[in-house]
Ligand binder design. Structure first.
Ligand SMILES: Nc1ncnc2c1ncn2[C@@H]1O[C@H](COP(=O)(O)OP(=O)(O)O)[C@@H](O)[C@H]1O
Ligand SMILES: [Mg+2]
Length: 339
């Protein structure tokens, strides 16, 4: 088989299997000993699996604290998984991050952060901000070639090559996020992990940045994991949507299925809370209840205290993510046909 035939094999580019990450949030050792307290582990991400095909976007949604950023950091190698792993283009990504292939793997998987104010060094010229990954990965050493490439990257995100001699504070929030995108694209990555990339921006600017990201995806066949707490944004950019609750996926479906026929009571609650396109003036239902403390999650289904369909089984037995009717869902009520 030729190399080309191999690369078009239907294997997804990104495969997360049973990714998990705990954080030790115990009191300091001495306090634990004196007060006789055990170690405390927080299960930030607890067994998340998904696949993303090349050129596609999987969105992860869920309320604050459900583990979205931890998934993002696991995928780019900023965190080691406590359990599970990531297969990227057929390779074990975390083995690569630790071994001699770390640089090659980092070049291929890049991240865009929520806050472009915090992620850009205020003392650096844009030229250095965008040029750094190129130099760091040894992709371009020639000064003139470096400037030319930085200019090209600026243009690809709708900025001017003349902007390279400015500092981050000379730009608006949306422009700054475009600079972060240009920097992330410098190494010609294939997979971009975008953690709430537009959440810090004004609504009018969000759409611009999202459109640029979509154009870049089409032109460069980029694969995205797109994290957002905002379902309206997700509807605009995703192919598939995964809904997270307290460190786990509770529903995973293609975008149209999820928005037209949400199955999980939590997905329904999130959807009921977003304003409708043709709002009839009927009040939308705000999200009810609160996310439980991740240090003492309820037994059974973590959503059970907020769920209108709860029964005894839900209070004791944790639902597994099952494939049902073309979607993946973790809900006893759906599985039993009660909803
Ligand atoms: N470095 C850390 N140390 C301890 N707890 C953490 C750390 N990072 C995240 N957490 C906890 O893990 C859970 C998931 O956090 P996070 O992934 O940031 O969620 P999200 O991005 O969905 O808001 C939260 O309860 C958070 O407090
Ligand atoms: Mg986050």
């Amino acid at each position: 088989m030729s190399a080309a035939a191999l690369s078009t094999a239907p294997q997804p580019l990104v495969q997360a299997h049973d990714l998990a990450r705990t954080f030790d949030v115990s009191a300091p050792w001495l306090n634990r000993v004196l007060e006789g307290k055990p170690r405390t582990l927080l299960h930030a991400v607890d067994g998340v699996s998904f696949e993303i095909e090349k050129g596609k976007t999987l969105a992860l949604v869920g309320e604050s604290g459900c583990g979205k950023s931890t998934v993002a950091r696991l995928l780019v190698g900023l965190y080691e998984p406590t359990r599970g792993g990531l297969t990227f283009d057929g390779q074990d990504a975390h083995a690569a991050f630790k071994g001699g292939n770390a640089r090659a793997m980092r070049r291929r998987i890049q991240m865009i952060f929520q806050d472009p104010y915090a992620s850009l060094n205020p003392r650096w010229l844009v030229e250095d901000i965008i040029g750094e990954p190129l130099q760091e990965h040894g992709l371009i050493t020639d000064k003139a070639a470096l400037k030319a490439r930085v200019g090209e990257l600026l243009q690809s995100v709708g900025l001017s090559p003349l902007d390279m001699v400015k500092y981050p504070h000379q730009f608006s929030g949306g422009q700054r996020q475009r600079i972060s995108i240009a920097r992330a694209l410098a190494t010609k990555p294939e997979f971009l992990v975008c953690d709430e990339p537009t959440s810090a921006l004004d609504v009018s600017v969000q759409a611009q940045v999202l459109n640029i990201m979509k154009d870049l995806q089409r032109e460069q066949q980029l694969t995205y994991l797109f994290i957002s707490h905002n379902l309206a944004v997700v509807r605009h950019v995703s192919d598939q949507v995964g809904v997270m609750y307290l460190g786990r996926l509770v529903e995973l479906a293609d975008k149209h299925t999820l928005f037209d026929n949400p199955r999980h009571p939590y997905t329904r609650m999130l959807l009921d809370a977003i304003p409708k396109m043709h709002d009839t003036g009927k009040a939308r239902t705000p999200v009810q209840g609160e996310v439980p403390n991740p240090l003492s999650p309820p037994p059974g289904c973590a959503f059970n205290p907020r769920c209108p369909h709860v029964n005894e089984r839900c209070r004791t037995e944790r639902p597994q993510l099952l494939t049902l009717g073309g979607i993946r869902i973790a809900c006893h009520a759906v599985e039993e046909g009660r909803i």
